[in-house]
Design a protein around this ligand. Structure first.
Ligand SMILES: Nc1ncnc2c1ncn2[C@@H]1O[C@H](COP(=O)(O)OP(=O)(O)OP(=O)(O)O)[C@@H](O)[C@H]1O
Ligand SMILES: [Mg+2]
Length: 282
């Protein structure tokens, strides 16, 4: 069994008996924050080139994500944001360069549980399972906890994301924003210290989107969670991201990195256009 097997489906079929639903969870060997070397970044990327064969999606990427921060990966549609996530979590092998997650090197699909939770772009809950069962799936898959303990953990994760009492509902009974929260609860099921969220607020209205931002910020601040977020929502980025990288599809490279509120004032027209145009639209 490899991590390919834990990828959530693109559609939402009934899960097989051994469904791993999503979910990449926790690496017990991962250092806890309290004992981690303070200066060691949670993610370090050096001279990374991603793509397949002759197809280069992005090249020479270098950046670091600090422990406990909310870090944004930005760029126009097709720039390679989701692709970069797939490489960061070890689903693809880089053409060149180095990825290190929590000092453990590049996640190895064959070696064991990775040190993060993931909410994939458009990642759906299984419609045939209750919300609680959805959140329980990774716990059932990766631990030997008894059913009642698993259910209790799932309820606690749902409470954490403001979905107290929703465990017995089916996804179809939830609003769009509640579904996103439930998907985040599933990504948090095994207490990872790092989560990747790919477009978590897509399809939400501005109020729900802002509520989700507040949830992400709260999780980061109260749990010390490191969050890597991909989003088109510039208001979200200005609100929650401490730092970002901006991927450019034309040059296939990072054209800006740092505090998004500062980058908004950039003199590079590609950068200021991205931030200001998109922000006025939203
Ligand atoms: N397995 C693959 N083989 C070849 N090309 C791929 C593969 N997966 C993605 N691509 C290409 O990589 C490019 C970047 O796609 P990606 O989904 O990463 O963009 P994105 O920045 O996440 O866009 P969006 O904002 O629309 O989600 C696209 O041109 C896509 O067609
Ligand atoms: Mg994408």
């Amino acid at each position: 069994m490899t991590y390919i097997d834990v990828l959530p489906p693109l559609v939402d079929p009934a899960p097989p008996a051994s469904a791993r639903a999503g979910l990449i969870g926790v690496n017990r060997s991962m250092p806890r924050r309290s004992v981690a070397v303070a200066e060691q970044p949670m993610i370090s990327v050096k001279d990374l080139t991603i793509g397949w064969g002759d197809i280069i999606i992005q090249k020479d990427l270098s950046f670091a994500v600090k422990n406990g921060e909310v870090f944004g990966i930005l760029g126009g549609s097709g720039a390679g944001k989701s692709t970069l996530l797939r490489f960061l979590i070890g689903l693809e092998r880089p053409i060149e360069g180095v990825i290190d997650i929590a000092g453990h090197g590049r996640p190895d699909l064959a070696a064991g549980l990775p040190p993060f939770g993931v909410m994939f772009q458009g990642g759906a809950l299984f419609g045939s399972l209750t919300v609680g069962e959805n959140v329980s799936l990774p716990i059932e898959e990766w631990t030997k906890l008894p059913d009642d303990a698993t259910a209790a953990i799932a309820r606690a994760k749902l409470k954490l994301v403001g979905l107290d009492g929703a465990a017995d509902k089916f996804p179809s009974e939830l609003s769009g924003g509640m579904k996103k929260r439930a998907a985040i609860a599933r990504a948090l099921a095994l207490d990872p210290e790092l989560v990747f969220l790919d477009e978590p607020s897509s399809g939400l209205d501005p109020v729900m989107s802002a509520e989700l931002d507040d949830l992400i910020l709260t999780l980061s601040k109260t749990l010390g969670l490191t969050v890597v977020i991909v989003t088109h929502e510039l208001e979200s980025i200005f609100h929650i991201a401490e730092r970002i990288v901006l991927l450019d599809q034309v040059t296939k490279s990072i054209i800006a990195a740092g505090d998004p509120r500062e980058l908004r004032k950039s003199e590079d027209p590609r950068v200021s256009n991205f931030f200001n145009r998109r922000s006025k639209e939203s």
